[in-house]
Design a binder for this molecule. Structure first.
Ligand SMILES: Cc1cc2nc3c(=O)[nH]c(=O)nc-3n(C[C@H](O)[C@H](O)[C@H](O)COP(=O)(O)OP(=O)(O)OC[C@H]3O[C@@H](n4cnc5c(N)ncnc54)[C@H](O)[C@@H]3O)c2cc1C
Ligand code: FES
Length: 338
């Protein structure tokens, strides 16, 4: 049975302990719902869970491969004192049901024959593992992975990656980086890792991990001449919205589903937050500027983006914004959801 908001309760078929602080949920897709849950490697699901009577929604990337496994599998790492990641690690059990939205996300490959160069940090391995398994099973190019973790005990999919590297020795290279042995990943580590790629512009680069790790990798790759459109970034957390910045914005006008609402602007709030405050059911999913679910077009005034991994330069020039990451910068702003 589907819920009105498009969530489907899926049965947890299995819970697999991956490391001391991470586990995978294997989700059973009911007969008849296969097309709804078909996905591309690198995409994610939104899970809706209730913890102590309060509802939470969180995104989790598939660690399974769409060409290898029928069941969906997501892998959840405990995030400090975070609510949902800890609750799932402590309470999810086979036979339970969890509400799941349909697969989304743009952290996907458009060309499977090119070389895949991946950088993962911690739980960022989840979509990367799906991309790697899929590339090896259904693609033809080489695959390289630089995988950073704090210490050896926290490496998710360590054995599985080792097995793939052994069975695809001619195509897959996995290099582990442990912070407790070598410090955090620096631009030099990234440069060294790609040093023997003959033509760096002939590969696709996928990066997922903690913010500072992603920033370092992105800077090093761009400095090495990798075209920005061959660089794919998936952020699990958004940068905090600066709340102490002075703002000249007085009001925002939102057009959504044939409704037009104007509200006073509250400094430090994104356009998505303003739409919610105006009582509108504005679309959103990742809330990190990655998925593109919340895109709208600014038709009057202007806004700046705190983070944007979803829109290309042309779209930004046309006024499109990811509303979850957009702060208004003019006295009044009007934005329209498609
Ligand atoms: C597109 C996308 C894909 C994702 N894929 C994955 C994935 O495959 N695997 C995965 O593990 N995660 C993934 N995430 C991250 C995931 O969605 C959650 O953000 C993550 O699990 C944390 O959620 P939470 O409810 O546990 O933490 P929250 O409760 O939201 O807390 C967030 C942070 O705040 C801190 N915090 C919370 N309460 C307190 C407190 N009282 N005191 C101090 N600090 C506090 C927590 O320590 C945590 O670091 C993905 C995110 C996105 C956007
Ligand atoms: S909700 Fe994903 S980009 Fe805004």
């Amino acid at each position: 049975m589907n819920t009105p908001e498009g969530f489907v309760p899926l049965r947890i078929k299995d819970v697999v302990r991956e490391t001391g602080d991470a586990m995978s949920l294997v989700l059973d897709v009911p007969t008849g719902q296969e097309s709804r849950f078909s996905y591309r490697a690198g995409q994610y699901l939104t899970l809706r869970v209730s913890v102590d009577g309060q509802e939470f929604r969180r995104c989790y990337s598939m660690s399974s491969s769409p060409v290898l496994q029928r069941d969906l599998r997501v892998t959840v790492k405990r995030d400090g004192r975070g609510v949902v990641s800890n609750w799932l690690n402590d309470h999810a059990a086979p036979g339970d049901h969890v509400d799941v939205g349909t697969p989304e996300g743009r952290f996907v490959r458009s060309e499977s024959s090119r070389e895949l160069v991946a950088f993962a940090g911690g739980s960022g391995i989840t979509p990367v593992f799906s991309l790697i398994q899929t590339a090896l099973a259904a693609g033809s190019g080489r695959v390289r992975l630089l995988y950073a973790n704090r210490a050896a005990g926290t490496i998710i999919f360590k054995d599985a990656l080792g097995g793939l590297a052994a069975s695809h020795a001619d195509r897959l290279t996995v290099r582990h980086h442990l912070d407790d042995e070598r410090g955090v990943v620096t631009e030099r580590v990234v440069r060294d890792f790609i040093a023997d790629i003959v033509d760096v512009t002939a590969a696709d680069y996928f990066v997922c991990g903690p913010g500072p790790f992603m920033d370092t990798v992105e800077t090093a790759l761009l400095a090495a001449g990798i075209p920005a459109d061959q660089l794919y970034l998936e952020r699990f957390t958004a940068a905090p919205v600066p709340t102490d910045e002075p703002s000249i914005t007085e009001s925002v006008t939102i057009e959504l589903d044939r409704q037009t609402v104007t509200v006073d602007y509250r400094p430090g709030h994104t356009l998505l937050q303003m739409a919610r405050m105006a009582g509108l059911k504005a679309p959103s999913s990742c809330e990190t500027g990655s998925c593109g679910t919340c895109i709208a077009q600014v038709t009057e005034g202007s806004a700046r983006l705190l983070n944007n991994d979803a829109l290309d330069d042309d779209e930004v020039a046309e006024g499109f914004v990811v509303t979850c990451q957009a702060l208004p910068t003019s006295r009044t702003v009007r934005f329209v959801y498609e």
